[in-house]
Design a protein around this ligand. Sequence first.
Ligand code: AMP
Ligand code: MG
Length: 333
Amino acid sequence: MTAPTTERDSVLPTPREHLTSEVTRAATRIQNTVLRATRDILRDAGFTEVLAPVIGPVTDPGIRGSKQVDVDFYGNRYRLMTSAILYKQASLLAFDKMFCIASNVRQEPMETASTSRHLAEFHQIDVEIAGASRDEAMGVAESILREAVSRVVSESADDLAALGRDLAAFGWLAEGEFARMTHAEAVRRLHDAGHGQSADAEIDWRGEALISELTGSPFFITDYPKGSRGFYDRESTSTPGVLRNFDLIAAEGFGELASGGEREHDYRAIITRMRETGENPAKYGWYLQLAREGIPASAGFGIGVERLVRFIAGLESAWQASAYPKLPGVVSP
Ligand code: AMP
Ligand code: MG
């Protein structure tokens, strides 16, 4: 097992060192296999791939202190996409099952340069399904991970061997469905492990690595508290304050791979949740116009491509899974 470190990646290699390194080549080939497997499994399940926008008048407000990047669009202030969520919901007007492989830019807080998981520019496999429940979305996320790992093991075995990835790490492929625990249960386990995780917040960086170290198989955490997530994760009607959402957590300390959930789609509910999360609805004109006229109920998720490749390849850091890595605060091409 290759244990990830949480030490700061002090300096990125030069572009020449990085591009000519066997690690970069092997990781890139593994990424190719992962994306092929993802597209195959989604296409076979009836999904349509939509190319996601890079800029727009508004983007996912996000959480956990990352900042948006502005661009000038003919005198209007546009944003680089932090996630494709608004476009995913909108795309369901065209296709009931859609996905995109989207570029995201987030100016993450400087302290995340040392988590081994954060890049300032990364990609997501973003999936949205009209009329789906959280369970159905979790099933699709699980099948993408299983298919990606199986295909890498069979098609990229030489690259895994070159990276020293022990195939025993994937013993869970032969086992049943991924385990599930609620956020409240995750908080209890972290307290038992001596970590002071807040019960009302997103699992913090250290807690995320810690809970992921406690197991040899990927697993789900469900039911995050309302304050921890954006306006688009649907609030439970039976348990107000709890969201119908989930994270997929990798094994071995690699941490979060995906976040998803059922979506708010009702216009009034979206407005209420925007206000509760401190967002000004007036910024979201085009999206709210669609919501007022009606958008489908849905569930979906986003899997970080570099995080997924890092986990499968057993890389120390997510930046090793990018040909042109951008680490928070580090100036690079
Ligand atoms: P989020 O919307 O923050 O939950 O992001 C969705 C997924 O994208 C996460 O589960 C990660 O796999 C990935 N991701 C989010 N932020 C980053 C980042 N700064 N660097 C790399 N991957 C990220
Ligand atoms: Mg997340």
